[in-house]
Structures are given as structure tokens and as C-alpha cells.
Design a protein around this ligand. Structure first.
Ligand code: FE2
Length: 326
């Protein structure tokens, strides 16, 4: 029972195909981001132009045709409206053409569920870190939903790192460029803001960007200190949530989960408290269609009734309102 997933909430158009525990394909095409950021209408045009080719290459890689697909999932939100619409319309057209069930999926939930699935986790605490999100979550059995224990009060950590990369005029304005610049850096004290299990990043970002104007301070030292401070804030809040919830598994997910340094810091915490730590390979951390297909497959196998008339988009679709099917 192969299930196809379409992800189009932000810069990546992803199409993935899953069959049971087998990930048959996970194609991703990324909008070329310049230092001007993303213009939503241009992003939607990019996704529209590439949708047919992405679908064909995903089917080719899995050696399947659309007639072998039992259900389809697409990202309902959160995300950029014009980009989400491309995925929703494509999915609805396919569902009607091939008369298969269609499921609308919460993007954040899919990031968590693929880590839970691949690591065979039972009841983990998650640190979800991406461009737009930074949250600490755990499953609430009474509600069948994820509960947010802590989150950023302003911007996501990925957004913060991208902004710093732009201000530092790095060639690629994203977190891995900051990580490269941070290599061999030395620590300079920076603003550190954690309130219980919540945190903020804009004060830290403003401070680091201002330091870039000082020619006597090494850029590598600023990048290193920014990264260490931001990651330490996330780790402190995550460790506090672990102590509160007494969960025995810790997972990291989202685009910033690609950071080697952040994973190493979290593993230290997990080892100290004898907690199982898990993550996934980078193709599943970045935005991708396979994670959408996985959640759609869970809905299909739980007998969820598909209703194409409810398949709209919601740019502000919060994870703690999305039902989880195990
Ligand atoms: Fe994402």
C-alpha cells in the first residue's frame, strides 16, 4: 500500500513515497534563496513549474506509477500560503484523477513523527528546531495531540542563524554557513534568555549583528559564540522539560537538527540522564515529502475517512491542534 506525500510549505518542494516501513523515494527540489529572501509569489511559481517533474522522478525512483498509489497526503500548514496552495491543489487533482483518499497533514507533526517512527520511539520528548519553529514537545495521551512544553517567544532558531549569515555577508545565508564560520572560534559572552522552558533569540541576534561592525572582533568568534549561546539555551530548556516530564527518550527534528554541534550537546544531556537519544539522517530532517507520506499512511491505516472538501490550507496550523494517529 504505497502512499505519496507532497511537501510545499516553504523553500523546498518535496515528493516522497512510502510503503509500510520502506521509504521508496524522497525527492526534494529547493528554491534558490538569494540574500533578498523569499518572495511568496515567486516561490509558488517555482513549485508549480517543478511539481510534474518532481512527481515523475519520485515515481521513477520507486518504480511505481500513480495507479500503484493507495493514498496521498499534502502539507496543510503552517507555511507560506501561495506555496502551500501549490501542494494542496496538486494533491487534490491527483486524488480526483486516481480516485484515492487524500489527507491534509500538519508539517510540524510530520517532522516529529518521522523521527519517532525511524527511531522506534515509544513516548519521546522532542526538540523541534527549524527556520520558523523552535519548540519542545511531548505526546499528551488524553488529547491524542502533542503538547508544547516550551517554545521561542519570537523567531525560530533557523531564522535567527539565517539572519546572522545575511548580516555577516556569508555566501549561503543559512545555518551550516554559520557553523563553518564558527569553526576555530573562541567564546565571547552573549545575551542568554531562557524563561523556564521558553526562550527568545532576537536580543542575541541584535547583539551579534552589532558586533560585526567592530573590526577588532573576529567574525569566527562572533559566529561561534552566537551558535554556542543559542544551542545552550535550547539545551537548558530541553533538559528542564526532561526533568519535568521524566520521559526516557529524546528526539531532535526539523531543519536545524542537521547541526552536528547541537546533536552532540543534546547527546551529552541524554547520556548524563541515561536517556535514549535519537535523530534521523539529513534528508528526513530537511523539509521532505516522505514525512508527509508517513503521516498520511498512519491516517489511512487507522481508517480515517478522507474528505476532499476539507482539504484546504492553514498558514497558522499549530501542531498542538493536530490529531496524532499512532
Ligand atoms: Fe520544516
Amino acid at each position: 500500500m504505497a502512499v505519496l506525500g507532497i511537501e510545499s510549505s516553504a523553500h523546498t518542494l518535496g515528493i516522497g513515497i512510502i510503503d509500510g516501513d520502506r521509504f521508496l523515494s524522497n525527492k526534494r527540489i529547493m528554491f534558490p534563496i538569494t540574500n533578498n529572501g523569499i518572495i511568496p509569489s515567486e516561490l509558488a511559481e517555482f513549485h508549480s513549474k517543478n511539481a510534474a517533474n518532481a512527481l515523475k522522478s519520485a515515481l521513477d525512483e520507486s518504480s511505481l506509477s500513480m495507479r500503484d498509489i493507495s493514498a496521498i497526503g499534502y502539507t496543510k500548514g503552517p507555511g507560506l500560503g501561495p506555496a502551500l496552495n501549490v501542494g494542496a491543489i496538486s494533491a487534490k487533482a491527483l486524488a480526483l484523477r486516481y480516485k484515492i483518499p487524500i489527507y491534509s497533514i500538519n508539517h510540524a507533526l510530520a517532522h516529529l513523527e518521522i523521527v519517532r517512527h525511524i527511531n522506534n520511539f515509544d513516548d519521546p520528548l522532542f526538540l523541534y528546531v527549524s527556520g520558523g519553529n523552535s519548540q519542545i514537545l511531548g505526546f499528551n495521551e488524553k488529547k491524542d495531540k502533542y503538547h508544547i512544553y516550551g517554545e521561542t517567544f519570537d523567531i525560530g532558531i533557523g531564522n535567527m542563524l539565517d539572519n546572522f549569515a545575511r548580516a555577516a555577508k556569508l555566501i549561503h545565508a543559512w545555518g551550516s554557513s554559520v557553523a563553518t564560520l564558527a569553526e576555530n572560534g573562541s567564546y565571547i559572552q552573549m545575551p542568554y534568555t531562557v524563561k523556564g522552558m521558553d526562550f527568545t533569540f532576537t536580543g542575541l541576534l541584535t547583539h551579534a549583528v552589532k558586533m560585526l561592525d567592530n573590526p577588532t572582533i573576529n567574525k569566527s568568534d562572533i559566529a561561534y559564540s552566537l551558535q554556542e549561546t543559542a544551542f545552550s539555551m535550547l539545551c537548558e530548556a530541553t533538559e528542564r522539560a526532561l526533568m519535568l516530564t521524566k520521559k526516557k527518550e529524546l528526539g531532535i527534528c526539523g531543519g536545524v537538527a542537521q547541526s552536528v554541534r547541537l546533536k552532540a550537546m543534546l547527546k551529552c544531556i541524554a547520556d548524563e540522564h541515561k536517556i535514549k537519544f535519537g535523530f534521523v539522517e539529513n534528508q528526513f530532517n530537511a523539509d521532505n515529502g516522505a514525512m508527509i507520506a508517513l503521516v498520511a499512511q498512519k491516517m489511512l491505516s487507522n481508517g480515517v475517512i478522507s474528505n476532499i472538501n476539507d482539504c484546504n490550507i492553514n498558514q497558522r496550523f499549530r501542531i498542538d491542534t493536530a490529531r496524532v494517529y499512532k
